[in-house]
Design a protein around this ligand. Structure first.
Ligand code: ATP
Ligand code: MG
Ligand code: FE
Length: 346
């Protein structure tokens, strides 16, 4: 069966196509993404109105490109999955409306699915079926969560999350302080490669003995970096951008991997999946590999292209939802900007 996935929760318009075989394997056939990130860069963050308009313009051409790369026709589609939330209301609405139109025209079942679960499900396109129990560290522009995944199609439980900024948000804010471009993840990752990760001892938030075990906090770290840079500039010295980037990156990777390993041990889980845009970070994956190996935990990190927002992740989740015979969404369902992570499909 061919499953079409549509993503429009933030600033990427994505259309993915996958094949679900009878034995449950899911194969990637097409993954087309159009991003409006350049239109947001000068604002230092996503402008919702601009994103919605861009989705409207990009939706049909992106879908056409996906069918062309896969060598498929619209009539080959057997089911459609669309991101129902969480995300920006206006942006989600464009994808949901398009999905309803395609589903009605093609007379195929439609599933409204969870964007965050999609970030986890995408790993199956690269590494095959998930074991029956996995821990997911979801690190993106809007979320930082530790999730217990008993079944990707039906059961996800939140173990902990950030109490303030998301990890990606901290990257974007620190990049601004360092005069690096938006989004901040890739340029900080690059600068950090030339810097000393132990040059500056930035704080590790929420790691004290009295802090909640699996929660995160990054706003103190962000403020510490800003203060450090300010103080250096006031003293008339040049800011060692590479060292600041490396030291900041080390603090983020340290906290994320330490808590993930702690959660895996606590829950008796043998596999860790790291996903979301920040999973593309080189230091996060290398430190996670080191610590997981030491703790005897299998680590799965999808390739960077699959970590950031795309339609293939929604198609992959759709395929698992179809394979599990989950109920189809009523055609009058609406997008939910605050869809909770334990609601995997509507
Ligand atoms: P959400 O999934 O929570 O709705 P989002 O969809 O905007 O948020 P993603 O597209 O998954 O988030 O990720 C974008 C974030 O990933 C940005 O904050 C960006 O800076 C960060 N990012 C991308 N590449 C890297 C990298 N190499 N290192 C660190 N962060 C990165
Ligand atoms: Mg994005
Ligand atoms: Fe995302």
């Amino acid at each position: 069966r061919i499953i079409m996935g549509i993503e429009s929760s933030c600033d990427e318009t994505g259309v993915g196509l996958v094949r679900l075989s009878d034995d449950g394997t899911v194969e990637l056939l097409a993954d087309e993404v159009a991003s409006s990130v350049d239109q947001h860069a000068r604002f230092g963050g996503v402008v919702p109105e601009v994103a919605s308009r861009a989705h409207l313009e990009a939706m049909v051409p992106t879908a056409e490109r996906a069918f062309a790369t896969a060598g498929l026709k619209l009539s080959d589609v057997d089911a459609i999955a669309v991101t129902a939330g969480p995300g920006l209301a206006g942006a989600l609405l464009v994808g949901v409306s398009a999905a309803k139109a395609y589903a009605t025209a093609l007379d195929v079942p439609l599933y409204g699915v969870n964007h965050l679960a999609g970030h986890i499900a995408v790993d199956t396109l690269q590494h095959g079926p998930l074991p029956s129990l996995v821990l997911a560290l979801l690190v993106s522009g809007g979320h930082t969560q530790l999730l217990r995944v008993d079944d990707i199609a039906s059961k996800i439980t939140e173990l902990g999350s950030t109490v303030d900024d998301a990890a990606g948000e901290a990257y974007d804010k620190v990049a601004r302080v360092l005069d690096l471009p938006y989004p901040g993840g890739p340029p900080i990752d690059k600068a950090a490669r030339e810097g000393n990760p132990s040059a500056i001892a930035f704080p590790r938030g929420m790691t004290g003995p009295r802090d909640a075990k699996f929660d995160f906090s990054f706003s103190g770290l962000k403020t510490a970096v800003a203060r450090w840079v300010e103080k250096t500039e006031r003293g008339g010295a040049e800011v060692p951008v590479n060292d600041v980037a490396a030291s900041f990156q080390e603090a983020v990777a340290d906290v994320l991997t330490a808590k993930a390993v702690r959660a895996a041990k606590d829950q008796g889980i043998g596999t860790l999946v790291i996903s979301g845009g920040v999973a593309a970070n080189s230091r996060l994956s290398s430190l996670a590999a080191e610590r997981c190996a030491a703790a005897g935990i299998e680590l799965r990190v999808p390739r960077p292209r699959l970590c950031t927002d795309n339609g293939a992740m929604i198609a992959a989740l759709g395929a698992h939802v179809v394979a599990a015979d989950r109920p189809v969404a009523p055609l009058d369902f609406s997008a939910n900007p605050a869809l909770p992570v334990d609601v995997i499909s509507l």
